[in-house]
Design a protein. Structure first.
Length: 178
């Protein structure tokens, strides 16, 4: 018998001061059985950082040809492709040919090594790459509950997240900008 995903519900008051974007988000997120909590929380954070009309979670780990999140236009053009983790250079190249914009959010303990090994190959690719601290994402993951209420304020290169279980600041570094 196959393992089923774990379902989480988020109610998020989002204030993105960088983009003057304010919204109330109600997200239902399925955590794949092979996905760790940190990766799932990074997907939710990436959603907040890119919140806009038509942004959706994809099948993620269940569909390897799809990104973790994407924005499709009403005529099904791929406007934004978002990958979480340390994808292969070939995957990023392919996504840059398919989508108008590509963002990669790298966050785990090996992201420094991944970046050093691939930065020369990634520079000619039209993709934005952001690095988050593994320890910060672990802190965020420690707040996980099946139903969560978040307040997220984004300013500069930081997201301030307040939950019923605690608060944290999640800064990031822009490794490459498209």
């Amino acid at each position: 018998m196959a393992l089923k995903p774990t379902i989480y519900k988020f109610s998020i008051a989002l204030s993105d001061l960088n983009r003057n974007y304010y919204d109330s988000l109600n997200l239902t997120v399925a955590q794949h059985p092979s996905e760790n909590t940190e990766r799932m929380m990074m997907r939710v954070l990436a959603f907040c950082l890119n919140a806009q009309e038509h942004l959706t979670f994809t099948k993620g780990l269940s569909a390897i040809e799809e990104p973790d999140l994407w924005v499709r236009s009403l005529d099904d053009q791929l406007l934004l492709w978002i990958d979480i983790g340390e994808p292969a250079v070939d995957r990023i190249k392919k996504s840059a040919r398919q989508a108008q914009a590509v963002s990669v959010y790298t966050f785990n303990a090996k992201s420094d090594v991944w970046w050093q090994q691939n930065k020369q190959k990634l520079q000619p690719i039209n993709a934005s790459i952001y690095q988050f601290s593994w320890l910060d994402i672990q802190t965020l993951a420690s707040f996980v509950e099946r139903g969560m209420v978040w307040s997220v304020t984004i300013t500069g290169n930081s997201a301030y997240i307040a939950t019923d279980s605690g608060e944290c600041e999640i800064p990031w570094t822009v490794l490459q900008s498209s």
